[in-house]
Design a protein around this ligand. Sequence first.
Ligand SMILES: NC(=O)c1ccc[n+]([C@@H]2O[C@H](COP(=O)([O-])OP(=O)(O)OC[C@H]3O[C@@H](n4cnc5c(N)ncnc54)[C@H](O)[C@@H]3O)[C@@H](O)[C@H]2O)c1
Length: 269
Amino acid sequence: MILDSSISAVVTGGASGLGAATVKALRDLGVKVAIFDFNPETGQKKAAELGAVFCQVDVNDEAAVEAGFAAARAANGQERILIACAGGSRPTGVGGGKTVSRNKETGEMVRHSTDIFERVLRLNAVGTFRCITHSAAGMMALDPMDEDGCRGAIVNTGSVAAQDGQIGQVAYSAAKAAIAGMTLTIARDLSSEGIRVNTILPGIMATPPMEAMRERSPQVYAGLNASVPFPRRLGKPEEFADLALTMCRNAYFNGQVVRLDGAIRMPPR
Ligand SMILES: NC(=O)c1ccc[n+]([C@@H]2O[C@H](COP(=O)([O-])OP(=O)(O)OC[C@H]3O[C@@H](n4cnc5c(N)ncnc54)[C@H](O)[C@@H]3O)[C@@H](O)[C@H]2O)c1
């Protein structure tokens, strides 16, 4: 796929971090981009800065996603690219925790909240799946753009936690493993329509949630950097964007789940 001003893209979670870096990389090539994000302040600002369209969308809200795709297509035309970055380790204001733990004072057994488990799965796995179905349905109406019959490309965002989830990360690792697990199946489902699907599993990336730690706990932040075999630092959002664009460009990249992690393997804690 040639990335230029003749095509358009939707980037979920595009107001910040990995999504924003991908919006920038696409815009640098002239691709028309719509940012889907539930944060209107950062979303509007990023869209204005990068020359993108902003659509206030919570990927967990079916009606908002439908309206977002309608608005994006009205502004930019039917997208050939979906980059699904919206997600995270927890819904606002709630924590993780072990599957079952012991209260240190009372010895009482504390079960992980099933509600929180479900919400983290919904945010990451269901939200990603919802956007994929809307986007692929639109792409299927497009004419193929090359001799292979390619109509579009989808890139999802998992996490290395899908493969090496740490203690206390059960909801997040299950949610990201679900995204990894759906990748090949969806690539096969959409193969007859010429739509490719791949997933990136980032390691520890220098995005705002991680950079906040640099201020809060500089020692922990330095330790995280040192824990990456090589390069001995956090990943740059631009490095994520570079791989996402490669997955779109390269016609033979399909059904893959790829770690982008400086060779880190997360320890149990
Ligand atoms: N930063 C890392 O180290 C790292 C590592 C592995 C995976 N990831 C994954 O990468 C993705 C992007 O993370 P980031 O570090 O760039 O974070 P970020 O907070 O910088 O960006 C995430 C963006 O997604 C938006 N968002 C969150 N929930 C949403 C929803 N329901 N609907 C629409 N928008 C929503 C936020 O408003 C934000 O703008 C996430 O899926 C995260 O789990 C990040």
